[in-house]
Design a protein around this ligand. Structure first.
Ligand SMILES: Nc1ncnc2c1ncn2[C@@H]1O[C@H](COP(=O)(O)OP(=O)(O)OP(=O)(O)O)[C@@H](O)[C@H]1O
Length: 348
């Protein structure tokens, strides 16, 4: 059985349709990332699951039970939202113990469970401190174990790493995933950071205008995006608009493109092509999967280069080159090529 099942969920705020018949499933023990641009409905979905808002239509089932009408505290969920304020006047221990005390658990059990929870994130030595005596990353970890100490089957996290700097963000991300595996809880993590979603999640759901545009394991979304939207949103893929010629090759971007499998001729077709799958070619171009263009812009990124190449038909390709590629200066004529397997047909 699914841990969480969301069926046909819709929510309107005045003229804005924040969720538009959204369907989603989270499996037991799964780390699911909700990825989407600003206003795509990520936070609204989390707020509806948490019970802070009621849907206009649709159902939310947790472990098979319809949550309709249940107030937030009655929902068996842990939550860590953007403004995860800790109680400033309470110690780390008391912050984490808060939820267990409200359940009137025996003192000895509370002491044991809080100690275990703090040990999971390496904060047992800081139990007596107040929040203002902690670093940002430490506060964030206290908020996390506070949400987990009641062992909820599902934890909702809204941009939990958003306030941390890049280095701490990556480290805390790894900790988050280790904690998820150790507890076996299902996690839903809202983020607008695609690298974070791809790195941490078992599956990623890409949201677009209140619907799930695609949901699947990170590599599947990245390698086989279903639509132009997902291809561009994840990893800034190039999208080539073309037409299938009589011999099954694709005419696009002013060149002839061959896929690694046959296509029925005649139709219009969009193909995704990742920037890092494109190479600079020297010498005469091959007959297929190569195009000539002019290098317009070049940016050094430390681990490599990003080049913008304008083709004769006006298409602009984004090309990621390795640091050792030694690209020619802007204004140069270049030939680009790629393997047939790099071309991914898009359905929408
Ligand atoms: N309480 C509200 N009143 C009016 N409009 C709202 C309300 N909450 C959300 N919206 C609107 O619903 C849409 C979805 O908002 P939501 O906060 O779910 O997006 P999001 O994907 O979380 O965006 P962000 O990444 O910017 O946080 C937006 O257009 C937003 O302006």
């Amino acid at each position: 059985m699914a841990l969480l099942r969301v069926e046909g969920l819709s929510k309107r705020f005045g003229p804005t349709l924040a969720l538009d018949g959204l369907d989603l499933e989270v499996r037991p023990g799964e780390f699911l990332a909700l990825l989407g641009g600003s206003g795509s409905g990520k936070s609204t979905l989390l707020r509806l699951v948490a019970g802070f808002e009621a849907p206009d239509s649709g159902r939310i089932l947790l472990q098979g039970r319809d949550l309709a009408g249940l107030p937030p505290p009655a929902r068996p969920l842990g939550m860590m939202f953007q403004n995860y304020a800790l109680f400033p006047h309470l110690s780390v221990f008391d912050n984490v113990a808060y939820g267990l005390r409200r359940e009137a658990r025996p003192r000895a059990e509370i002491a044991r469970r809080v100690a275990e929870a703090l040990a999971m994130v390496g904060l047992e030595a800081l139990a007596a401190r107040r929040p203002h005596q902690l670093s940002g990353g430490q506060r964030q970890r206290v908020a996390l174990v506070r949400a987990l100490v009641k062992r909820p089957p599902l934890l909702l996290l809204d941009e939990p790493l958003g306030a941390l700097d890049a280095g701490l963000r990556e480290r805390t991300g790894f900790e988050l995933r280790a904690l998820q595996r150790a507890t076996g809880a299902g996690f839903i993590l809202v983020t607008h950071d695609q690298a974070e979603a791809l790195a941490l999640a078992d599956r990623v759901a890409v949201l677009d205008r209140g619907r799930v545009a695609q949901c699947g394991p990170p590599a599947e979304l990245y390698e086989r995006p279903a639509s132009r939207f997902v291809a561009r949103f994840l990893g800034a893929a190039n999208v080539l608009e073309g037409r299938v010629a009589a011999d099954g090759a694709v005419e696009a971007a002013g060149g002839r493109l061959a896929l690694d499998h046959g296509l029925a001729p005649g139709g219009a077709l969009a193909l995704a092509l990742r920037p890092e799958r494109i190479r600079l070619l020297a010498g005469p171009p091959p007959a297929v999967n190569a195009v000539a263009g002019t290098l317009r812009e070049l940016a050094y990124r430390g681990d490599g280069w990003i080049a913008l190449v304008a083709l004769a038909d006006g298409t602009e390709l984004r090309v990621a080159l390795p640091a050792a590629a030694a690209p020619p200066p802007p204004g140069s004529a270049v030939t680009l090529g790629w393997d047939a397997a790099a071309l991914v047909p898009l359905a929408g």
